[in-house]
Design a protein around this ligand. Structure first.
Ligand SMILES: CC(C)(COP(=O)(O)OP(=O)(O)OC[C@H]1O[C@@H](n2cnc3c(N)ncnc32)[C@H](O)[C@@H]1OP(=O)(O)O)[C@@H](O)C(=O)NCCC(=O)NCCS
Length: 246
């Protein structure tokens, strides 16, 4: 079986469920620009792939230039969803349950033991280029958008240590005495060149500005300004006017 190479394939491999399975399992030997990528994926021990995309005409999966995509699992249930992967992934499970959602990872991002999940409609998770999640299998990262429409945006050149959790929902609704919701889902934005220490949680509505550092074990509940070190529960600036290098 050959993958249709007529459209975006010089840039992206646009695959349907069965095609991706066969590419990843090394069954497909079609030629073309994209083959190099497919072969690289296979030669790098791609194993235990599991891709379930329901409503294949409506949902799209694109893979671009990935040379490490181990133990991956892409599951989409719903309509009008898109997963666009350009970075390396290790034990990735990218799940979508809902409609009109998008998960995008850009070039040279390295997302180790990460699970990325959207359980919502009209939501988006975008990970910029050169973003690295340093992993531990026992302490995976979680990037979660759930409930009402929301967005998680991680800009270029950020580093995340292991066990980091980033979420737009609290996962359960809380109401006040007059029955108004007091904890709605809110977007999370992590600007360029942010370093997030191990076992940190970043909660709804937070924006972390460029160049800042979040100390290990912090819980970030409020936005953090640029070039600071923030630490603790809740995270507060402990040093100003810092910069850091990889
Ligand atoms: C962010 C970090 C690098 C800051 O280091 P630093 O600038 O040397 O900070 P200091 O040790 O001078 O600490 C400054 C103050 O913040 C406090 N502090 C530091 N880290 C803290 C933390 N994680 N939580 C709460 N308070 C913390 C210190 O106790 C100190 O308080 P004090 O002024 O009352 O004495 C460091 O705290 C850290 O988190 N390192 C681990 C990063 C990590 O996860 N790496 C994994 C690989 S990516």
């Amino acid at each position: 079986m050959r993958v249709n190479t007529t459209h975006t394939l010089s840039e992206y491999i646009n695959v349907k469920s069965t095609q991706l399975k066969s590419v990843l399992l090394g069954v497909d030997t079609a030629e073309g620009t994209w083959l190099g990528n497919a072969v690289k994926m296979i030669s790098l021990r791609f194993f235990r792939s599991r891709l379930r995309v329901k409503n294949r005409k409506s949902n799209k999966v694109f893979i671009k230039g990935v040379h490490r995509l181990l133990n991956s699992s892409v599951e989409i249930t719903g309509f009008g969803n898109e997963i666009r992967i350009a970075g390396r992934l290790q034990q990735c499970a990218l799940n979508i349950l809902g409609n009109n959602n998008r998960i995008i990872t850009h070039e040279n991002s390295d997302i180790n033991w990460t699970e990325i999940t959207i359980i919502a409609n009209d939501s988006e998770i975008e990970i910029g280029r050169d973003v690295h999640f340093n992993g531990k299998q026992s302490a995976q990262n979680l990037i979660l958008a759930r409930g009402e429409p929301s967005k998680i945006s991680i800009e270029a050149d950020c580093i995340f240590s292991y066990g980091v959790e980033i979420r737009t929902p609290d996962s359960h609704k809380i109401f006040d005495a007059t029955n108004n919701r007091i904890n709605p889902e809110q977007n999370v934005i992590i600007r360029k060149h942010v370093w997030v220490g191990a076992k940190t949680t970043i909660l709804k509505g937070v924006s972390i500005s460029e160049g800042s550092i979040i100390a290990t074990g912090s819980v970030v509940t409020k936005s953090i300004s640029e070039n600071v070190i923030a630490a603790g529960i809740p995270a507060r600036p402990i040093k100003n006017h810092v910069h850091w290098e990889r």
